[in-house]
Design a binder for this molecule. Structure first.
Ligand code: UDP
Length: 240
């Protein structure tokens, strides 16, 4: 596969066209931002750890029968994915109260949420990713009613697979963000699942092993991401 021109560059990933119109390359970079891009930094190997974690989790979901855009890894930080039409909804799944949920509502950090909460945000930097409901999504033409139902079903299924998998690695999953796309008439999981898009807490200590380390200056971000990689993709450490 040949990497062609850049299609889009986001806060932490760059997407490239390839010589196959059905495939794109998603490159995980070492840059990171928080608070709507107001806080920025670079962290060596962060792109590598996130790429390896995302590849492992997307493969796990594929193995469990969830359709994803994942194809294969082209290099340590470059993922080949199916080209999909991204649905402009950020789907947030919450199992334990943290972050904006605690800021906006009378939940206590660490409070268990069962059944999980699903929140839809409109994926638009221009509008500040506001929370939406089904009526707004429909009125904006972001998705159809059957698509919204399918997205809900898939998000909850993905959540239960990830919670069980991560629990066995002594990682709690308080919340995370998913994005879906359309491909050949079906809804597929797109984007990434990584330390940038999930809250990961150490099961024994409650310590953050995710982007909150950067957001709230909680210590060594790369060490936290490396620890998640050690638990989820130990094979990459055996090689070196
Ligand atoms: N999240 C994300 N991208 C976003 C917004 C949220 O990946 O644009 C993830 C975030 O990492 C966390 C979850 O979604 O795991 C819930 O985030 P929350 O709404 O609490 O946002 P916060 O204000 O804490 O970033």
């Amino acid at each position: 596969m040949i990497k062609l021109s850049e299609l889009y560059s986001g806060k932490a990933k760059t997407v490239f066209k390839t010589d196959d119109p059905e495939k794109l390359i998603m490159e995980f970079r070492d840059s990171l931002t928080a608070f709507d891009g107001k806080k920025k930094s670079e962290a060596p190997k962060k792109g590598y750890y996130n790429a390896q974690i995302a590849a492992k989790l997307l493969t796990l979901l594929e193995d469990k029968g969830i359709k994803t855009h994942y194809d294969s890894m082209m290099s340590d930080t470059e993922m080949i994915v199916d080209a999909v039409e991204i649905i402009k909804i950020e789907v947030i799944v919450r199992n334990i109260a943290a972050g904006s949920l605690v800021k906006k509502y009378p939940f206590k950090t660490g409070q268990k949420i069962n059944p999980p909460i699903l929140v839809f945000d409109y994926k638009s930097d221009e509008h500040g990713d506001p929370m939406i409901n089904d009526d707004i999504a429909l009125a904006l033409g972001l998705a159809t009613r059957p698509e919204l139902l399918e997205i809900r079903k898939l998000a909850l299924l993905i959540n239960s697979i990830l919670v069980d998998y991560l629990d066995a690695k002594n990682i709690l999953l308080p919340d995370f963000k998913l994005e879906f796309g359309r491909r050949k008439g079906t809804i597929v999981l797109a984007d990434e699942i990584s330390c940038d898009t999930c809250r990961f807490w150490d099961k024994a200590t409650g310590e953050s092993l995710d982007k909150d380390v950067f957001r709230f200056d909680k210590g060594d971000l790369v060490a936290a991401y490396r620890e998640v990689a050690r638990r989820i993709v130990p094979e990459i450490f055996e090689l070196t």
